[in-house]
Design a protein around this ligand. Structure first.
Ligand SMILES: [Zn+2]
Ligand SMILES: [Zn+2]
Length: 281
């Protein structure tokens, strides 16, 4: 009973601020990408559309509804994080002088690298037939995603996704600027990743210095095929575990209008996944 009293009081105190932050971030990130990609640059990007079909308004309404639920879950979990931070459970800090600017920049890169690993493995786990419908089915109702798919999760998946940063901050010092910058980069990249338009330049997957960053086609294929291409930012884990779609590089070339004659990967990394291995995911 004491716990509920404490939690209720904490929610009442934190909810308005927390809801505001989460809502503003979701709406700004998704609407910004929607306006840029689907409205303002729709014509010049016409040939970059990954699939012919355009999702219906009904799908976007459903995605925004589930995203509102995700924001609510983030708010509830945020209560524990705010209270935990006040209690010294996490290594969040606010004085740049504690570790310096180089460390602050490094911590943003570290967040991306570890988050990518966390996302790959939790995502693969959520594709397990016994877990899929409890965690991940809602996200995959968007067979052809839109920027608003970004937070369209089951509440359980929203909780799993939310947990990465607080767990990371138990072990690694994170400045407020690093956390906030990363959260904003994350929503914009997430919305862009679901935009349905290939936004990376032609030749991206042929450049060994860029090829390890995932493209929009990478995650779009995951929604289309419901399997494979599980990674978030980097292609490492899919390649290491043999879960990258065999036709990924070819599909990227098609999306950016590169000729099929040059579609052979030049980075020395073969398309590793076979349809048989993917069907087991
Ligand atoms: Zn998935
Ligand atoms: Zn997705």
């Amino acid at each position: 009973m004491e716990f509920f009293d404490w939690f209720f009081a904490a929610v009442v105190e934190r909810a308005p601020h927390s809801l505001q932050i989460e809502t503003v971030r979701y709406l700004t990130g998704t609407i910004l990408v929607f306006l840029l990609v689907w409205v303002i640059f729709e014509r010049p990007l016409k040939n970059r559309k990954i699939r012919k079909a355009t999702p219906r308004a009904k799908q976007i309404r459903r995605e925004v509804s589930f995203s509102a639920l995700s924001v609510f879950i983030f708010m509830l979990m945020g209560v524990f994080v705010y209270e935990g931070a006040a209690g010294g459970w996490f290594r969040f800090y606010s004085d740049v002088g504690d570790y310096g600017w180089s460390y602050l920049a490094f911590s943003i890169v570290a967040l991306a690298v570890f988050h990518d690993a966390y996302f790959y493995w939790t995502h693969r786990l959520m594709h397990h037939p016994k877990l899929f419908r409890f965690f991940h089915a809602t996200h995959h109702r968007s067979h052809n995603p839109t920027p608003f798919t970004a937070y369209s999760f089951d509440p359980s998946e929203a909780a799993v996704n939310y947990m990465f940063i607080p767990v990371f901050a138990i072990f690694v010092p994170l400045h407020d600027i690093a956390t906030i910058t990363y959260m904003w980069l994350m929503i914009v990249r997430n919305a862009a990743g679901h935009s349905g338009y290939e936004l990376m330049p032609k030749g991206w997957t042929r450049n060994p210095l860029l090829d390890f960053f995932t493209t929009i086609t990478h995650h779009d294929m995951h929604h289309e095929k419901m399997t494979g291409n599980y990674s978030l930012y980097f292609t490492w884990w899919d390649r290491l575990m043999g879960t990258e779609h065999a036709t990924y590089l070819e599909r990227f070339d098609k999306a950016v209008g590169a000729t099929l004659a040059t579609a052979e990967p030049s980075n020395g990394i073969p398309p590793v996944a076979s349809p048989a291995s993917l069907s087991r995911q």
